[in-house]
Write a protein that binds this ligand. Structure first.
Ligand code: TRP
Length: 362
């Protein structure tokens, strides 16, 4: 610890630590979140929600609902955003994200994010964003060429940097696809600090350990591909979907030896069957052709239903208390706004754009 402090020689680091002096005993800060494009699915659970539930005990967590980002490709149905925000909050609460420990907020309700995005947009070049592989990927997926691309779409990674930096987050838990954004956020923080005065930490990515769970057709799980199992799916829906799930295409009879690789049912068992002995047993039997697909699927349906039941129970409780949900969001937004205002005061000051001689006189 002492050694670490002695090594801090650059002005950036020293100033950063001076700035943090009062909070040295405080928990490190995390920011991550979701786009409100629909209810969350078991892929979200395995890939990020389960991890967030654990992280909130150790860190000061901020969870953002990124409604600006929905505008990048769902501009024609903005009336759906409100319902989707409600779904996400209910999903968060029902898996155990706890507003007593963590701060939930909505991106557009913290206007300092928009202000910070404006400042950042001046220190980022257009080609730099155009090179972002995730942006390229999303352009392809949404079938938008350079000509149709909106200014806001191209700029969303900059606004995401503002999401992260407005609360001066240290860590960003996220999937692989978010790494270019986090890398860019670090670059923006460095650039701002170098150009003006050190204000921002350089947040690090926190990659999840579980590989991404595929959809029931083996493709990336997503609402638009209609291949997702949602946290709110009823046992009947889960059953129907699992019965449709891809297994081993080379296997015709239950007595044929089966393959586990690329077999969705076993990917799901890997994620949800906690009894590892039972898991090994199913795998052994499947490979030897001693169990049929339907038998394995039935067991998976049982396991998933048992996993989802308490989540859905909690969801029902929260869904019946809209006033409580509203209060959770209002107080989260208030806290995020306070933090963001503190950050923006520093940023404006660093840029000499706080104008004390005009605005601070009484
Ligand atoms: N881009 C993220 C997604 O599509 C959502 C998001 C918005 C986010 N702001 C963020 C994630 C800040 C991490 C940090 O899922």
């Amino acid at each position: 610890m002492i050694q670490g402090k002695m090594r801090l020689t650059s002005t950036r680091t020293l100033a950063y630590y001076w700035g943090m002096e009062k909070s040295t005993n405080k928990k490190k800060r995390i920011l991550t979140g979701d786009r409100p494009t629909g209810p969350l699915h078991i892929g979200h659970y395995v890939g990020s929600l389960a991890n967030r539930v654990k992280l909130q005990d150790e860190y000061d967590c901020f969870f953002i609902i990124a409604d600006y980002q929905v505008l990048t490709d769902h501009l024609s149905d903005t009336k759906l955003i409100e319902g989707n925000i409600r779904e996400i909050v209910l999903d968060w609460l029902s898996v155990g994200l706890d507003p007593e420990k963590s701060t939930f907020f909505i991106q557009s309700r913290v206007p300092q994010i928009a202000e910070l995005t404006m400042y950042f947009s001046m220190i980022v070049s257009i080609p730099e964003v155009q090179r972002n592989p995730t942006v390229k990927e999303e352009m392809k997926a949404a079938k938008i060429g350079n000509k149709e691309m909106s200014y806001g779409f191209l700029g969303y990674p900059i606004s995401q940097a503002a999401d992260i930096l407005c609360v001066r987050a240290d860590l960003v838990p996220a999937g692989e696809d978010q790494l270019p954004h986090i890398e860019h956020t670090r670059e923006i923080a460095r650039r701002f600090n170098r150009l003006f005065t050190p204000v921002f930490p350089e947040p690090k990515a926190l990659l999840g350990s579980f590989p991404r769970l595929p959809g029931i057709d083996g493709q990336k799980m997503s609402k638009s591909r209609n291949n997702a199992i949602f946290l709110k799916d009823s046992p009947d829906e889960v059953k129907k979907k699992i019965m449709r799930a891809y297994t081993d295409p080379t296997r015709v009879h239950a007595t044929d030896p089966g393959h586990l690789k690329g077999n969705i049912v076993f990917d799901y068992l890997d994620a949800f069957l906690t009894d590892k002995e039972e898991l090994a047993d199913w795998k052994k039997k499947y490979k030897k052709g001693q169990v049929g697909d339907v038998m394995v699927k039935n067991r998976l349906i049982e396991i998933l239903s048992a996993f989802l039941a308490p989540i859905q129970e909690r969801r029902k409780t929260f869904a019946a208390k809209p006033k409580m949900v509203s209060e959770i969001m209002q107080s989260g937004i208030a806290r995020a706004s306070r933090e963001a205002e503190t950050t923006l005061q520093k940023a404006r000051g660093a840029m000499h754009m706080d104008y004390p001689s005009i605005l601070s006189l009484k």
